[in-house]
Unconditional design. Structure first.
Length: 107
């Protein structure tokens, strides 16, 4: 039986948003200040793409924002997690011991 670890993909295809947040919205190992605030980085990965598409794909008006009546896929994450995806192991989860206490739920 094939598993998700058997799938072939480049590491950049898994964890691309985590990699963006790590590279742009987090202080690096040398102590260099982040280039974007975490809020601005999250906006660039959620609201802005939805706004770009909303004129041609009306469903996007309900994406990328948290408001009454919107489709809200909320992800709680640890901004200090490190990426572990590498060539040959492209879809490994970030290095962390924190996992959700409950499965995803529709509300």
């Amino acid at each position: 039986m094939a598993t998700s670890e058997d799938a072939f993909a480049h590491p950049r295809s898994a964890g691309c948003f985590a990699r963006f947040l790590a590279g742009w919205a987090r202080e690096d190992a040398e102590g260099t200040a982040p280039k974007l605030t975490l809020v601005e980085a999250l906006r660039k990965t959620s609201l802005i793409p939805a706004q770009i598409l909303q004129d041609s794909v009306p469903q996007m008006r309900d994406k990328g924002r948290i408001q009454v009546g919107a489709d809200a896929d909320i992800v709680v994450f640890n901004a200090t997690e490190t990426l572990t995806a590498r060539p040959g192991r492209p879809i490994r989860r970030p290095d962390t011991t924190n996992r959700p206490a409950a499965p995803p739920t529709s509300v």
